[in-house]
Design a binder for this molecule. Sequence first.
Ligand code: PBG
Length: 332
Amino acid sequence: MSVNQAPFPRTRFRRTRASAPLRNLVRESSLSVHDLIWPVFVCAGTNERQTIGSMPGVERLSVDLLVAAAREAAGLGIPAICIFPYTDPALKTELCEEAWNPDNLSNRAISAIRDAGIDIAIMTDIALDPYNINGHDGIVRDGVIVNDETVEALVKMGLAQARAGADILGPSDMMDGRIGALRAMLEDEGHPNVTIMSYAAKFASAFYGPFRDAVGASGALKGDKKTYQIDPLNAREALRCVERDLSEGADMVMVKPGMPYLDLCRQVKDRFGAPTFAYQVSGEYAMIEAAAQNNWVDGEKVMLESLMSFRRAGCDGVLTYFAPRVAKILND
Ligand code: PBG
């Protein structure tokens, strides 16, 4: 046998795959409970739990039950919870005034979790869709979603959330200029340490369908959101949105949806280095759950692998409806 010419490949990747200890040693990324943000739906009433047809395993909870769920999540080590309200259709108007009612469902949920002294960061959603008779994220005038007037409404909404005790404001509306306006408001109103996680790279996606059922916006929505959310074919535009939102004062940025947009996760993290999150949205959740319930895939393994993909792609964390389930597995 020649010295230089080994009969077998010198590089055998299977050597470091051969045992669990070696696999543990060479693993490049990790998934921990600290990477999870749990989106939750809150509804009116007490001791009320409502199923959501298109999101099996996810429920809307009344504030009292949500407080208990937040306590459990904190106990599992989940660092943040993100609150979405199911708003009574009677409270929806053209101007969306309920959005900045200090006593609206979302603000009551924030204060209740805060007052219970639970050690979990509270994230909010800033967009008018739960309160809009048109189902849009912005105010509609003559069929047009008006930008600047919407931003003024969003600032009022954000202020009410900060006053209720929110730690992370999550503008998901995609109006131009809202991050700068929210940051200025937080400084002026004495909330300099409230953080903003901008839904910066948010695409006009069909994967949001089940969420719109969950918050009761499906019936209301007239048309689509293409005049404000990003075209799924545009990556460079998404990167420019991230750059703009960071320059306006966002502390963290988000890519949404998640799995179909992993290329953006990687590019955003590499290019800007800012805390970067992905939202594994309702449609992604529903697809995995539907396949799992039919035993077409191993639900638990697919859930974990889907979340690992975000970490591999450079994300610091993931908003996922699987958060408590995956936290229990990771803690075992
Ligand atoms: C509202 C909002 C949406 C989601 C989060 N915030 C829906 C939308 O933009 O239509 C989607 C979340 C999900 O699908 O899980 N602006």
